[in-house]
Design a protein around this ligand. Structure first.
Ligand SMILES: C[S@@+](CC[C@H](N)C(=O)[O-])C[C@H]1O[C@@H](n2cnc3c(N)ncnc32)[C@H](O)[C@@H]1O
Length: 402
């Protein structure tokens, strides 16, 4: 299957099934698709804990969901070659000094995928402290240039490179600015690891004008100035138009919803926060006599009030809502909290439907980027640069202009 065919098929499937993957179970007490797809709905509601956990970890695992949804085809369309090899020579440990453990492992995997030609100038786009550029400079024994917007990160990165005796030119540059393209060398190679939304689309557009080689792992597609997604490639625009696939910023967030599994303690805290939010949601619907979701601001980690009642008081205050605590009826806190936990179990099961479309959406967005490059005359390759456990944002675009 060509990339264009894959792109086309994914467009059709994402469009056909959008009534199921779009609505957020957290917001809907009744899923809009529940009666039309009652078999699937019943199956999910009856899913036991062990099977829910299994599918939460791997939405494509064998299950009854394939009876109602195109699981087999989505699996095939999202399968990509892994560009990483288990026997790869490890880099010296000290090169990873001052870099977080997981980030260093990602970098180690990524730098091996940068197929720079001998003597080719390398540029890192959105470099932070230039960890990737520094590692590339050490690996290839040549100076690497890196662009970063924040002056403080540039300064810290320069000091780090100087202390380690690494040839790194860290330049303070807003990559969105019109003059950012001047750093791209038509004979050079530009790299970016986890550059967000507009930052990496700008890179692709500038690079396509220049013709330099590209190694990119994109991230955070929803971080964009536009509310509605406008496909980057001509094919993407044609397909989106003919299928009437319209993606909004919130839809793009689904593509990056999968995160690395948190520690057990953090997961428990997150679960409790979600159960309390859902409990409050049921309560506010009752108090307001209005069956509509009311968004409540998020709370920084560790700032959650100690009890469900205190959480509801806080949330009500945020929304200017007065709770009927002083009336004779009062509030049965335990009952609302228990209802919140029951709702959470439902929401978690319904979310499995959206989980199934997460990766297809991400692959679709990356294929749009790939098509942009192909249309600009590039020879392109798509694969994964590391295992998903290291980072779920493991898709890699490699592009060269013959
Ligand atoms: C998600 S981080 C990726 C950093 C690094 N590549 C990594 O993998 O750790 C994105 C970086 O882009 C920088 N950045 C954000 N907006 C930028 C802009 N307009 N121009 C240049 N850099 C920008 C941020 O300061 C941050 O250091």
């Amino acid at each position: 299957m060509t990339y264009a065919e894959r792109f086309q098929r994914l467009t059709a499937l994402l469009t056909e099934w959008q009534p199921l993957w779009r609505p957020l179970p957290f917001h809907h007490r009744q899923m809009p698709w529940a009666s039309r797809h009652s078999g699937l709905y019943r199956y999910l509601m009856l899913l036991d804990e062990a099977n829910w956990i299994r599918l939460e970890r791997d939405p494509f695992a064998t299950s009854g969901i394939g009876t109602w949804l195109p699981v087999a085809e989505l699996t095939e369309l999202t399968q990509l070659p892994s560009r990483h090899a288990a026997d790869e020579s490890a880099l010296p440990n000290r090169w990873g000094d001052h870099i977080g453990g997981r980030k260093w492992q990602q970098l180690e995997a990524f730098v091996h995928r940068v197929e720079a030609k001998p003597g080719q100038a390398m540029l890192e786009w959105c470099a932070g402290k230039g960890h990737l550029a520094r590692t590339l400079s050490r690996l290839h024994g040549s100076e690497v240039t890196a662009l970063e917007w924040q002056a403080e990160l540039c300064e810290q990165g320069r000091q780090l490179a100087e202390r380690q005796g690494v040839a790194l030119k860290l330049i303070q540059q807003d990559v969105i600015a019109p003059d950012a393209g001047r750093w791209l060398d038509p004979q050079g190679h530009v790299v970016a690891l986890h550059a967000c939304g507009d930052l990496h689309t700008r890179l692709l557009q500038r690079a396509a004008e220049t013709g330099c080689d590209i190694t990119l792992a994109p991230c955070c597609y929803q971080r964009t100035a536009a509310d509605h997604y406008r496909p980057l490639s001509q094919l993407g625009r044609r397909l989106a138009e003919s299928h009437d696939l319209q993606l909004e910023r919130d839809d793009l967030a689904l593509a990056v919803q999968e995160t690395v599994t948190a520690s057990a303690a953090v997961s428990r805290q997150r679960e409790r926060a979600n159960a309390w939010r859902l409990g409050f949601d049921l309560l506010q619907r009752d108090v307001r006599d209005c069956d509509r979701y009311l968004p409540v601001p998020s709370l920084a980690y560790g700032r959650m009030p100690a009890s469900f009642a205190d959480f509801c008081r806080w949330a009500a205050q945020q929304k200017g809502l007065s709770l009927p605590e002083s009336t004779n009826k009062g509030i049965e806190w335990e009952e609302w909290e228990a209802a919140g936990w029951r709702r959470l179990a439902e929401v978690q099961r319904l979310e499995l439907v959206r989980h199934l479309f997460r990766r297809p959406l991400e692959v679709w967005l990356v294929l749009d980027r790939l098509m942009l490059l192909e249309e600009a005359g590039y020879r392109v390759r798509l694969g994964t640069f590391c295992e998903r456990e290291l980072t779920p944002r493991n898709l890699l675009i490699q592009a060269t202009r013959p």
